[in-house]
Design a protein around this ligand. Structure first.
Ligand SMILES: *[C@@H]1O[C@H](CO)[C@@H](O)[C@H](O)[C@H]1NC(C)=O
Ligand SMILES: *[C@@H]1O[C@H](CO)[C@@H](O)[C@H](O)[C@H]1NC(C)=O
Length: 356
């Protein structure tokens, strides 16, 4: 009697296990198939759903037809919890993953208040994560006097930049929107780096200003240009950084300097999503906090959470902050308000600690 019951239970277990294996196989097969056809685009996660909840007791052959596939678009506001593991599996499974959204960090507090988000963010951008014993401003000469902007790079031997400079194999990309001084670029070029400055206000398409210093009439975009606009205004040349790297045949950028007047958030997002940041050794960026920035939407707390999440993505890619600077000569505004004793403008430098 007892033995029979145990046997039955075992058989039940085995059947359930079989059904589960089949479900897992189908799920893997289906998502591989979808990926192969590149439809749906990544960012749509595939979930298998049982119509009647508990369905594993059915005969194994029945299982597939009783399932339906639903697509869940990962929304920016969505909770990062439950979908994380499946999207991580999704990413691991494909070789060069295309990502559509950065991963949002949990809220700083359950109230989702601006104060909590802002304090977390401001603390983050004011705290160096690693020390740099040989940092230089404005290129390699360390002319700290008379220069307003503290573009700072780290020449410690633990980072590759110093070796690259010694071997005259260093490459600098500088993204700007005109009107900036060129001291950093000129000094880097004089120090032996190949410097490319991208600036839409450059007079002709490419200017070779001096040895190792080029200006390109290009501005950096975070998406592909609208073909309609591109043909009408062929003189406007905006490209994604990944496209420029390809066209120039460059694999690595030792230093990326950017002063993009609030376009930095979406550009940074694009570099993260396309995996371009991994090709960068040090990042030196001026960030702007007086408004959310181009194409950044949501209420104030969501905006600050998004900014913070971008930097946490950098950290996940082994970028560590070694220098932060609060510009008190700029308006002391944070999202259009004079709050938190924050400035509208900070300059931050990161080193890619995985960079070789
Ligand atoms: C801002 O919007 C998010 C959802 O987008 C919400 O969870 C949050 O509570 C809102 N914050 C405030 C302070 O209204
Ligand atoms: C506000 O910021 C300035 C500049 O960083 C600092 O000197 C000052 O002590 C801060 N004030 C308060 C109340 O924290």
């Amino acid at each position: 009697m007892l033995g029979r019951e145990v046997r039955l239970r075992w058989r039940g277990c085995a059947l359930r296990l079989l059904a589960l294996c089949l479900a897992v196989f189908l799920c893997t097969h289906l998502s591989a198939e979808l990926r192969r056809r590149s439809w749906p685009p990544a960012g749509l996660l595939v979930k298998l759903q049982e119509p009647g909840g508990e369905g594993y007791n059915k005969r194994a052959e029945e299982v597939p037809s009783k399932r339906q596939v639903i697509y869940v678009r990962r929304s920016r506001g969505g909770s990062p919890g439950s979908q994380d593991s499946s999207s991580a599996a999704h990413r691991r499974a494909s070789k060069k993953p295309v990502r559509w959204h950065i991963e949002l960090q949990p809220w700083a507090s359950t109230s989702h208040s601006l104060t909590d988000e802002a304090l977390r963010f401001l603390h983050y951008i004011s705290t160096a994560q690693i020390s740099c014993s040989h940092s230089v401003r404005n290129g390699l000469t360390d002319q700290s006097e008379a220069t307003a902007k503290p573009w700072t790079v780290c020449l410690d031997d633990k980072f590759n930049l110093a070796h690259q400079i010694r071997n005259k194999q260093c490459r600098v990309y500088s993204l700007g929107l005109g009107g900036d001084d060129n001291l950093f670029e000129v000094n880097m070029a004089n120090g032996g780096c190949e410097v490319h400055r991208f600036d839409p206000s450059t007079k002709s398409a490419h200017v070779h200003e001096r040895e190792r210093l080029w200006h390109h009439r290009l501005s950096i975009d975070w998406r592909d240009p609208n073909p309609a606009i591109a043909t009408h205004n062929s003189h406007i040349n905006t490209k994604k950084l990944g496209i420029i790297l390809n066209e120039f045949g460059h694999w690595k950028i030792d230093i990326l300097k950017a002063d993009m007047e609030s376009a930095e958030w979406k550009i940074l997002e694009n570099l993260i999503l396309e995996g371009i940041v991994e090709q960068i050794g040090q990042l030196v960026i001026e960030i702007h906090l007086h408004w959310p920035g181009f194409e950044v939407s949501g209420n104030d707390s969501s905006v600050v959470r998004y900014w913070y999440s971008l930097f946490k993505e950098l950290e996940r890619k082994d970028f560590k902050l070694f220098y932060t600077y609060k510009d008190i000569s700029k308006p002391q505004m944070f999202l259009r308000k004079e709050i938190f004793n924050a400035s509208s403008c900070y300059t931050l430098s990161w080193a890619n600690t995985r960079w070789t």
